[in-house]
Design a protein around this ligand. Sequence first.
Ligand SMILES: [Zn+2]
Length: 178
Amino acid sequence: MSTSLTGAAHTGTLDLLVVDADADRYVSVLSSMFRVVTASIAAALERMTRAVPAALVVALDGADGAPLVLIARARALSVPPVVLVLTAEPACVPDAIMAGCGSVLLQPFAPNLIYSRLSRMIRLRMGAVPADCMREWPTTRCAHCDHEGVMSFEYASHRRAWYACLACKKVWMAKRLD
Ligand SMILES: [Zn+2]
C-alpha cells in the first residue's frame, strides 16, 4: 500500500488534457495530482502533436465520431496517454473501447470519483495495482450475438457490472464476474 501511495504522491506534475464542456465541475479536484489543460477536440489534436499528456479525459456525447478520432490518435502516439471516457450513454462504450480508451465513467458521477479513477489508471500503468473494472472475459459469451469474449467496463453496483460486446456492440448490465 505504501508503494502505491508514494507513486500517487509523485504524480502531481503529470499533464492531463481534458476535452469536456463540463470540466469546470471537477477540474479543481484533479489539480492536486495533475497539471490540467482543458481544450476543444481540435485544440487537443493540435496540442498532442507538441506535448503528449500522461492522461486524456474525453467526454462522449454520441453526436459524432470526432472524440473517437481523438482517442485513436492519442493511443497511436509512441508513449500513449491513459484515456478515460466520460459518457451518459453506455451504448457509446463499445466504440470508445475499440478506439482505445482504458476506462469509462458513466455520467453523472461525483467529482472525487474521477480523481480516484485517474489515480488508479496511472498506478495501473505503473504496475502498482493488479486490475481495473475494464477487463476482458475471454470465455464469457455475449447474450446478444453469442460471440465468445466480452469486456466489463464499469461497476454498476457492488454486485453488478456493465459489459460490452465488441462484436455486435451491445452493452448490458449483469452480475460481476470478479
Ligand atoms: Zn455480441
